[in-house]
Design a protein around this ligand. Structure first.
Ligand code: 5GP
Length: 195
């Protein structure tokens, strides 16, 4: 408690905490649980042109048309944006809450851009325990088989890039253990910044 307050009083700038990893690794579930447990964390809501999945929360993204997205690119309204499997995804600007640390759940090209702008940003790259498990998770969320295959192929490209760039690589085998590990990293990084 004492430590927490010390961190809060002495942290100069917010921590930018990036969670990345291939599709089906469980990023969404993890970042949601992480911010629910730590009120100093604030989760950025991305913009995307991809259609909402059946059963996906309406506020999972700010779902927009290509015209709207391109309009915001032209207005320099993104911290980073990319095209991923034919759809745009981006982190809107300005969009942060004073005094809160920022969590970004984004793919590797976006992570690279954020690291260039904020060299202090902490990148955690998540890996699935196996391709088979990743495939099971991807199918479980109701994507069509061609989409599942495309995401698995994309993962082969993303993983070496993400691992090389990451500050921490975590295998998401057990959700609770992964959450504990990510919380530990957040606390460690806050402490470093408060010294
Ligand atoms: P999905 O379609 O599965 O929700 O997301 C596809 C990929 O885009 C995932 O790796 C997800 O983390 C990433 N993503 C989501 N939002 C953003 C964003 O704002 N910027 C970037 N660069 N990637 C994002």
């Amino acid at each position: 408690m004492q430590d927490e307050r010390h961190d809060e009083l002495h942290q100069a700038s917010p921590l930018v905490f990036i969670v990345s990893g291939p599709g089906g690794v469980g990023k969404g579930t993890i970042v949601e649980a992480l911010v629910a447990r730590d009120e100093r964390l604030w989760l950025s809501r991305s913009w995307t042109t991809r259609a909402r999945r059946d059963g996906e929360r309406h506020d999972a993204y700010h779902f927009v048309s290509r015209d709207e997205f391109e309009g915001r690119i032209a207005a320099a309204g993104f911290l980073e944006w990319t095209s991923f499997l034919g759809q745009y995804y981006g982190t809107p600007l300005p969009d942060a809450v004073p005094g809160r640390d920022i969590v970004l759940e984004i793919e590797v090209d976006g992570a690279r851009q954020v690291k260039l702008i904020h060299p202090d940003a902490v990148l955690v790259f998540l890996l699935p325990p196996s391709r088979l498990e990743q495939q099971r998770r991807l199918r479980g969320r109701g994507d069509a088989e061609d989409k599942v295959e495309a995401r698995l192929r994309k993962a082969e490209e993303e993983e070496p890039v993400g691992i090389a760039m990451a500050d921490h690589v975590v295998v998401n085998d057990d959700l609770e253990l992964t959450l504990q590990e990510l919380s530990r990293i957040v606390h460690h990084e806050r402490k470093k910044r408060s010294n």
